[in-house]
Write a protein that binds this ligand. Structure first.
Ligand code: ZN
Length: 504
């Protein structure tokens, strides 16, 4: 049995290495590759994806999984080997339904479209991507059709990123959350504007970079096993447990943009840098779902990084980096400004309260596209209409409208947005559980100590890698299923204090 287990691990490690190699190509494409490299790069990435897919779906893997099943069943559910075999079976069962040629075609299409989008967005040119976005939608539908028997066409697409989640479940959760958020948004809007102009003075990029780097070193991001570069759209990417990279973008006239995206990506990276070394090379060695991953980034970006205690510690430090810009700005004013709630156009810059409204409208539009009740040619108009009805703002152009997020231009249409709001919900529920065990965490944060929170996260979340699904993990860690209340309570409490609201 030991022999067969080693053979399976060998296969899985090769799949994993092919995927990580593809990641290196993608990272280079987004950071340093000259534009001329794109055609060859698209082909090379498609080859890597096809090889990984072929390797995973090869006959020996299916046979080994069958032979190892009794061994897996003889072990405790959370044993490393049992978890590996269970996870590998799920990956295998999903992959064999989709032909390798389709995987390659889709990967090449996405790489090509990413390049077009990177030029179309600054040029405000939706027409340049429109026919190719149609192809993405067609391919997304075709992907779903490899999984007959779904209740909704988006289900197989959602399942790829948030395993086990269904369209109907997400819809119900989003409806509950929306009902709780709307009165809060309205109550805050009735309070009038917050002074934020000082955040939009000139903040030299090099100094922003130094400050962000200092903060994430406090968080525990390990630069000996990572690095930080610049991109249009910030992301975290993993090549191995000892090489987890982040990217950031800076705006010299918006202090929050670079800082909070750095904290966000560092949150993803902390998850990936803190898995057990013996998971290295195996599919267990990664975060378990898009939603759980996002819970980690949002926790470090918002629950920690926009908290009062965090700034009690870091604000004097930030003032020392930017004395001309901030020495005349009191801590209270700064804290209020970085937590300003204001309906806006750009999801990644949105405040914690309105952020989820951005996600919900994307999710709805995706469903309509997949259902065939909305056509690609009408998407910009539908996008703008939803911004007006949901957020009360009108995008002046497609650059800050339908072209703003990279997702539809480099991934499937469907399945790529729900994780953001699920992540916010998970983050609040996890933090509530962490505080129940260690009520002293906020006090530690206020003196610049993050070890206790990181310890709790490592122990409860990071160290499991992909052993458990999101549902299993939230049940294990918090004693129940995903709930809307922890996020709603967190937001109501924080923003009642900030805006002096009387919500009851
Ligand atoms: Zn993220």
């Amino acid at each position: 049995m030991e022999d067969k287990l080693q053979q399976l691990k060998q296969h899985l490690m090769e799949v994993e290495d092919l995927e990580r190699t593809s990641n290196v190509l993608a990272w280079d494409q987004a950071t340093y590759m000259p534009p001329g490299g794109n055609a060859a790069r698209a082909r090379q990435m498609a080859l890597m994806d096809r090889l990984a897919h072929e390797k995973l779906t090869s006959a020996p893997v299916g046979k080994l999984l069958d032979e190892l099943q009794p061994y897996a069943e003889s072990l405790p559910y959370d044993a490393d080997d049992a978890s590996l075999i269970r996870l590998a079976r799920r990956h295998f069962e999903r992959a064999i339904k989709v032909p390798a040629a389709f995987i390659a075609r889709q990967a090449e299409h996405h790489a090509m479209l990413y390049d077009l989008w990177a030029r179309a967005r600054p040029a405000n040119d939706f027409a340049a991507v429109q026919p190719h976005l149609q192809t993405s939608l067609d391919l997304s539908r075709q992907y779903a059709d490899y999984f007959p028997g779904y209740a909704h066409i988006a289900d197989p697409l959602i399942d790829r990123n948030d395993e086990g989640m269904r369209t109907e479940t997400v819809r119900a959760i989003f409806a509950d959350l929306r009902a709780a958020l709307m009165p809060l948004v309205q109550a805050i809007q009735a309070k009038g504007p917050v002074e934020t102009r000082f955040l939009r003075q000139h903040y030299p990029e090099a100094v922003q970079w130094q400050f962000g780097r200092a903060v994430i070193e406090y968080y525990g991001y390990d630069f000996a096993r990572g690095r930080q570069d610049k991109t249009h759209h910030p992301f975290m990417i993993k090549f191995s447990g000892d090489d987890v990279r982040i990217t950031t973008r800076f705006d010299e006239h918006d202090l929050g943009d670079g800082l909070f995206s750095t904290l966000h990506e560092a949150g993803h990276a902390l998850y990936e840098q803190n898995m057990p070394p013996h998971f290295e090379g195996l599919p267990l060695n990664t975060g378990t779902s898009a939603g759980i991953h996002e819970s980690q980034s949002r926790l470090w970006e918002n629950i920690v990084g926009r908290s009062r205690g965090f700034w009690d510690f870091f604000y004097p430090n930030l003032q020392a980096y930017f004395p001309d810009q901030l020495n005349g700005v009191p801590m209270e004013a700064f804290y209020a400004a970085i937590n300003e709630v204001k309906p806006s156009l750009i999801r990644v810059d949105a405040d914690e309260v309105t952020y989820n409204l951005h996600v919900m409208l994307r999710f709805d539009l995706e469903l309509q596209l997949l259902e065939g009740t909305l056509e690609i040619k009408d998407l910009p108009e539908a996008w703008n209409a939803r911004y007006e009805s949901d957020l009360g703002v009108t995008p002046p152009d497609d650059r800050d409208g339908v072209l703003q997020d990279v997702h539809w231009y480099t991934e499937t249409v469907g399945g790529n947005f729900q994780g953001y709001t699920l992540g916010n919900l998970f983050s609040a529920q996890f933090y509530e559980a962490a505080l129940a065990t260690y009520p002293e965490i906020p006090g530690e944060i206020a003196v610049g100590k993050f070890g206790l929170l990181r310890y709790w996260l490592t122990n409860n979340i990071y160290r499991h890698g992909s052993k458990f699904t999101a549902d299993e993990l939230v049940q294990r860690v918090t004693g129940g299923p995903l709930r809307v209340a922890p996020l709603v309570n967190y937001l109501r409490e924080k923003y009642s204090a900030l805006y002096d609201l009387d919500l009851n």
